[in-house]
Write a protein that binds this ligand. Structure first.
Ligand SMILES: Cc1ncc(COP(=O)(O)O)c(C=O)c1O
Length: 424
């Protein structure tokens, strides 16, 4: 087996190149596709001169560094996940650690930062579940993001956390990160960002001042609905070291198969996310034009969309009103949007009328999904559908949605509708 040793590549290379080559320096065999290493434990050296106990005062991450990985036991580090971390570090512009799921990553982050107070908006309900666990364990206080009075009353300050999810689940709408970074920094608080819905090249929260960014890598980084993964990335060396050391004891590392799948997936992240985002933006544009009765939409399409849709939410629609959206999402908008229908029964029925969208939770895969959101989030309005657009041809998806909306409109006659105020 030939040994190849490469240097780490310059970070000035473009992300699409780094996604394919940032891990070349880790190659130890002639395989082009990386080998899957299943071992949980790794032999120490037989060279008696080199066989010395580590200096246990040295931060563990220095012993097991990405540049010179010496694997000992796979709860500490392992070849496939290290490879994934090396590529993600190049793409996310900081130092990366991977975890067994997005929520495991968020949990690890809060365990490390151990804030007294966390300011957070609505968004993915699972993150609120993690906060709830820490409230139970040590009394972490959760306050609303958009409430200055609550920030004052809780004395939010140094060591506390302002957590921003952007774009938001389930609406796909962006949050003005610059505004929240400024407010948080004035008080010395950490800014953590859940950027799951818009991985690079769509946005770069670290460049906008975030301290630590998390992703549910289960979504776009995985991209094929077949692996769980969590990601944390930071430019703060001390934070990365601390997180690494604590992950050893949390034990929430990715499995080696998932690490291997992650490398396979992340090679195509840029083409997937940009095409899926473009597809979503086109579908939203088409729906919105029909909804607004604008020229270009046929009378039939206007009748069907106008008769069934109550509201459409997506960052592309926000960008028409607010300049900061394009500034903060220079790579385009994400592939998720919310479609709110005029009636709960319409929303419940639409997924079953579609041929090209699976009715399932989650998002980020190459296949389009739609979810009647009430199936997994009890706090959401019953008329909300979350749409995760995949890599199919967008006109095929558009036609499928049109056919489905027409069918629900026939099933649920407009005269039976009671259009109440919308709370999302
Ligand atoms: C915005 C967001 N953050 C975090 C998570 C949790 O990720 P995971 O399911 O990988 O734990 C999800 C999952 O849907 C999500 O949508």
């Amino acid at each position: 087996m030939a040994q190849e040793h490469h240097q780490q590549l310059p970070s000035t290379l473009s992300p699409s190149t780094l996604a394919i080559h940032a891990d070349d320096y880790l190659n130890t065999s002639t395989d082009v596709a990386p080998a899957l290493h299943v071992s949980t434990t790794f032999r120490y050296t037989n060279d008696l001169n080199a066989l010395q106990p580590p200096n246990f005062d040295t931060p563990i991450a220095e012993i097991l560094s990405l540049t010179n990985p010496t694997h000992v036991y796979s709860r500490l580090s392992a070849p496939n996940t290290t490879r994934l971390e090396s590529i993600l570090s190049a793409l996310l512009h900081g130092r990366v650690l991977t975890y067994s799921s997005g929520l495991a990553a968020f949990h690890a982050l809060l365990v490390y930062l151990r804030p007294n107070v966390i300011a957070v908006s609505d968004g993915y309900h699972g993150c609120h579940g993690v906060i709830g666990l820490l409230t139970k364990l040590y009394g972490l206080k959760k306050i609303p993001l958009d409430d200055d009075g609550a920030w004052d009353a809780a004395n939010l300050g140094k060591g506390d956390v302002v957590h921003i999810e952007t774009p938001l689940n389930p609406t796909g709408e962006a949050v003005d990160l610059k505004k929240w970074v400024k407010k948080a920094k004035e008080r010395g608080a950490w800014v953590t960002v859940d950027a799951t819905f818009a991985p690079p090249p769509l946005q770069d929260p670290l460049a906008l001042g975030a301290d630590v960014v998390m992703h549910s890598g289960t979504k776009y980084i995985g991209g094929h609905s077949d692996m769980l993964c969590g990601v944390l990335v930071t430019k703060h060396e001390d934070v990365w070291h601390g997180l690494f050391a604590e992950r050893v004891f949390l034990g929430s590392v990715m499995g080696s198969l998932e690490g291997w799948l992650g490398v396979r997936s992340v090679r195509t992240l840029e083409v997937r996310i940009t095409s899926q985002g473009r597809n979503a933006t086109r579908i939203v544009g088409w729906l919105n034009a029909a909804f607004k009765g604008e020229d270009g939409a046929s009378e039939e399409v206007r009748r069907v969309v106008g008769g069934s849709v109550l509201k459409i939410q997506h960052a592309s629609l926000q960008a028409k009103e607010e300049n900061w959206v394009d500034e903060q999402m220079p790579g385009g908008y994400g592939p998720v949007f919310a479609l709110i229908l005029q009636d709960k029964e319409m929303a419940r029925r639409l997924p079953s009328k579609l041929a090209l969208f699976h009715h399932a939770t989650s998002l980020g895969g190459v296949e389009s999904l739609i979810e009647w959101r009430r199936m997994s989030d009890s706090t959401v309005d019953e008329r909300v559908l979350r749409v995760s657009v995949g890599l199919e041809n967008w006109e095929d998806l558009k036609q499928d949605l049109f056919t489905g909306l027409k069918a629900v409109l026939e099933d649920v006659k407009p005269e039976k509708l009671s259009v109440e105020g919308l709370s999302v």
